[in-house]
Design a protein around this ligand. Sequence first.
Ligand code: A8S
Length: 220
Amino acid sequence: MCQPHQLWIFPDFARGFQDGDGESESRQRLHKAMVVEGAIGEGEEYLQHNHHLHEAVGRYHSMRATGNQCRSMVVQRVGAPVTTVWSMVRRFDCPQRYKRFIHHCSMQGDGNVGSTRHVRVISGLPAASSTERLEILDEHRHIISFRIVDGDHRLRNYRSITTLHDCPVNGRPGTVVIESYIVDVPNGNNREETCLFADTIVRCNLQSLARMSEHSGSTI
Ligand code: A8S
């Protein structure tokens, strides 16, 4: 099923992500990502019109893909306060807390920008390890970004940014997590396959993050 020269294909998630242009690009991209991810629940259509989210997409999630690269964005709604979600996301040294494909992580550095972590992934994936550098850790704005610098896998030059947004629903705490990435398209695969693969991993990570945050019992 998994050929060494190929990425995994996930037919269930057969969708692509087109780069767009124009004034309303960030609005369209946000809308599309939210609808596809089911981030907009019933009665939550107002989130599409959330100016703060559009601005964040335009500002932090509009990295340009150059040459043979592709990019995508995943949005996840979490029924927990932003501080609870952030307490998990900010731990660059401990991604396995919610990233289920990672089974071990060791970090070099003090946890600030420039620190690197070496992660080993669970068996069954077309990868064994990855070395990742912390690029942004903004405790105030709740932004974290890392770049893959090495490793035994096919996602060369992967760079991601994750932003958390305080979005209460009916007076109850809520967070919208937006994660976007850019990555080289490996030889032997096309843009769509590459994004399907990475989207699937990111989506699983964010769903796990949501579950854990919602069950953490914290009301901070
Ligand atoms: C993340 C995102 C991704 C991680 C991918 C896309 C990875 O850790 C796994 C499989 C691979 O083939 C590549 O936020 C790599 O961690 C699970 C080892 C990098």
